[in-house]
Design a protein around this ligand. Sequence first.
Ligand SMILES: Cc1cc2nc3c(=O)[nH]c(=O)nc-3n(C[C@H](O)[C@H](O)[C@H](O)COP(=O)(O)OP(=O)(O)OC[C@H]3O[C@@H](n4cnc5c(N)ncnc54)[C@H](O)[C@@H]3O)c2cc1C
Length: 308
Amino acid sequence: MAEIWDAIIVGAGPAGLSAALYLARFRRSTLVIHDGRSRAAQIPLTHNVPGCPSGVSGERLLSRMTRHAVEYGAALVGAHVESASICDRGFALRSNDGTGWSCRALVLATGVDQNDVPIEARARQAAIDAGVLRYCPICDGYEHIGQRIAVIGCDRQGAGEALFLRRYSADVTLIPRRYADLDSAILQKLLDSGVRVLKAPVARFIFREREMRLQFQNGAGEAHFDVVYPALGLHPRCKLATELGLAVDDAGALGAESIFGTKVPGLYAAGDVVAGLDQISVAMGHGAIAATKAHNWLRDQDGQALER
Ligand SMILES: Cc1cc2nc3c(=O)[nH]c(=O)nc-3n(C[C@H](O)[C@H](O)[C@H](O)COP(=O)(O)OP(=O)(O)OC[C@H]3O[C@@H](n4cnc5c(N)ncnc54)[C@H](O)[C@@H]3O)c2cc1C
């Protein structure tokens, strides 16, 4: 009979790898399954991970976290988990090539997909590496003090990000991706705060060395920026969670309480897939909590904890 792992974690980003480290150190047989799509891998240099004053690249952080978890006994396998179900042993997972895994406790740390601006993949990565295309004002606003900042997405989210970034620069412009969807109160607040609001949507994003050139539709000209923030929304990767019977909130994310446990016994979630602040340090904290809850739940199941 195939091995039944104490715990499987789907996802090898900061959340999944933190959970793996904790579970391995709780001496649980622990398997991490991931399909190589951690958003953290895109980060050229993050400056807001506590304890890394000179910054650290996402790849380096993930490789150190992987080594750390593996050194304590966690196993890692590269695969896309296509489906998840509840079975008499706990949980059954299946990949798209038909491989199956079983576990008693399951942590979903599957992250999110972000909506993006239309830019060719290589130019996109080059712009990210140069710090010209950014996705997280909380992470990177500090790096753009006094610079020409564009926020793409003329709606409540974009307005919120533009106002947030205004603290770092007097030169912040909000630009529609396709059309503007701002009520008059928000528009007035933006104008009062000194945020420029453009009407013409962007036709082309052209990355040139240290800046992004935006060409507007209908011949409305061109503008150049030191940094562009797409504020176009996210899609939490919740397919496996919903297959297991979990509900998602209006934003499509799992509720904040899912790091402590869900209505499905033995099932936990961690990181960006959970509603909240999409940050590395938060994902790490979620992973630690979910792993400890999963371990204590297993101890309860095995009669190894005090009666409640
Ligand atoms: C360009 C960029 C810059 C950023 N900069 C910063 C920063 O400076 N500071 C900061 O704190 N945050 C930053 N972030 C955000 C940060 O990357 C995320 O908050 C963090 O990666 C979330 O960790 P996570 O483990 O929840 O998800 P992720 O790191 O996205 O990992 C998700 C994991 O799930 C796996 N997965 C998903 N579905 C499946 C499936 N069905 N089968 C198998 N595997 C699956 C993926 O392969 C991946 O391993 C940045 C993000 C981007 C895109």
